[in-house]
Design a protein. Structure first.
Length: 242
């Protein structure tokens, strides 16, 4: 029975529609995930609550508590809301964040989930592992909504259109402003929360000259808050082109 149930579980599919990372501390973050598990087979099954490893392109970066899942023949909705995840390997987590920001497609693996599955009135002890295929922020689109300049101080609003499943709170990001020739002409900062779909980022700071004429780049170089973003942002190379 274990082999049959494991086979059904392996063939099942986990689709994530929304994955949110917020509330960064020096070694943790708040994670929410919504999606649907499908293709479990023709029978109903209950997958017991378990702890899984979160594995990105360079290994395990955290662990997630997954609640019990009651699967019907058509699958089941999955919702993990506002769960604190401790970062167990900062290098592995930085690689995962870099993949989110720069890749068109990436894979998040759930591994080593020790669980039991109850189906057909029988209980089997199994290991849950699943690959989640996601879209990154490579195709994030940005446009300048408005800009005000008082002497050398600029206030601007940037519209973002995010087609991926990821929602990211990057904190108060400090951006180096570069003109179309790559010359540093100023610095802007502001809360950067990229939601799924349409959202807006508002920035302010000193800028020399009128540079918002196309091909202006805002490159994230620091974060004001003292947390893991301060370690990762300069390496991830968050860039808005407007």
């Amino acid at each position: 029975m274990n082999a049959i149930t494991q086979g059904l579980l392996n063939k099942s599919k986990l689709e994530i529609h929304h994955l949110r990372i917020t509330n960064a501390t020096d070694s943790s973050f708040l994670l929410s995930m919504k999606g649907r598990a499908t293709k479990i087979g023709v029978v109903s099954a209950i997958i017991a609550a378990m702890t899984v490893d979160l594995v990105g392109p360079r290994g395990t970066f955290g662990r997630l508590e997954v609640p019990a899942i009651k699967m019907g023949s058509r699958g089941a909705d999955i919702a993990i809301l506002d769960q604190w995840v401790s970062i167990v390997d900062m290098e592995a987590f930085a690689a995962f964040v870099m993949a989110i920001v720069h890749d068109e497609d990436l894979v998040l693996r759930l591994e080593n989930g020790q669980t039991t599955v109850t189906a057909l009135s029988m209980k089997s002890t199994l290991v849950y592992r699943k690959s989640i295929h996601l879209h990154g922020l490579k195709n994030l689109r940005t446009s300048l909504l408005e800009v005000e300049q008082n002497e050398n101080i600029v206030h601007c609003s940037i519209a973002t259109d995010n087609p991926s499943q990821f929602e990211l709170d990057l904190g108060t990001v400090v951006y180096e402003v570069q003109d179309k020739n790559g010359h540093r002409v100023g610095e802007l900062k502001g809360k950067t929360h990229v939601s799924c779909g349409a959202s807006k980022v508002t920035l302010h700071g000193p800028v020399t000259g009128m540079v918002f004429t196309g091909e202006t780049k805002l490159i994230g170089v620091d974060v004001e808050e003292d947390n893991w973003l301060k370690q990762i942002i300069p390496r991830v190379n968050v860039v808005f082109t407007i």
